[in-house]
Design a protein around this ligand. Sequence first.
Ligand code: ATP
Length: 270
Amino acid sequence: PSITRGIAKEIPNVSWDDVGGLKDLKRRLQQAVEWPIKYAHAFQKLRISPVRGVLLHGPPGCSKTTLARAIAHAAQASFFSLSGADLFSKYVGEGEALMRRIFHKARQSAPSIVFFDEADTIAPKRGGSSGGSVNVGERLLSTLLTEMDGLEQATGILVLAATNRPQDIDPALRRPGRFDLILYVPPPDTEARYEILRIHTCKMKLGEDVDLRQTAEATHLYTGADLTNLCREAGYVALRENISGKCVLGRHFRTAIASLTPSLTESQIK
Ligand code: ATP
């Protein structure tokens, strides 16, 4: 991938099949994001104005970044990813310059998706707490708003943002033509956990006694990220037991479950 000042432009290699669960959400995103890019002509013909921004919110480790990458892959769009840490700079104006450069690059490489992780740090509510970073946040926010307002309907650029704290995002971002679609990305339920476990074990050598359905049931309060860790940890348990063992067994998964603490709390499960 080509690199723009530390920001990689790429078409991610994550397909919809690599995202476990979230069936309805995937369908909604396909229509909202993939269609306007894939069928831009049809949208123009019918004079339908596509959404320009989608805000994904939900607990950490529950697929927001994975979804953003899958969307870009499905639409074969260039993917530019920025997080709060990329944009906060000790030099005045550098974050805004970087943001403008990314949008410029995105226009040149359209169709493109610009993804902002930790959007609450990039676009915090204005007039919030005091401190130097608030000013930086305000300047970044107004640059983002200017860039989003400047996006023409058919340029094939979509802005995606992710946050764990939607209440901390400036309401100006929710005005029409900006983040028109706000979607909650829920923690995985039992079926989704089963699918995520299948995805992350498909290349592992598993013993016949491994029951992923049972594992899914035993992992209430696990995020997608926790499940990824669990699969790796089960592999390590097997290796620690016998470095020349042939496969990962059910008991290795059970030991791994006993040793890991899930990230979610009951109150995050609606
Ligand atoms: P954060 O808010 O911390 O940025 P996030 O919601 O963006 O988290 P991801 O980065 O998408 O979460 O997930 C972390 C890791 O967990 C992914 O790299 C992936 O391995 C795994 N994962 C999460 N959700 C899924 C899923 N639905 N299917 C498959 N893997 C998943």
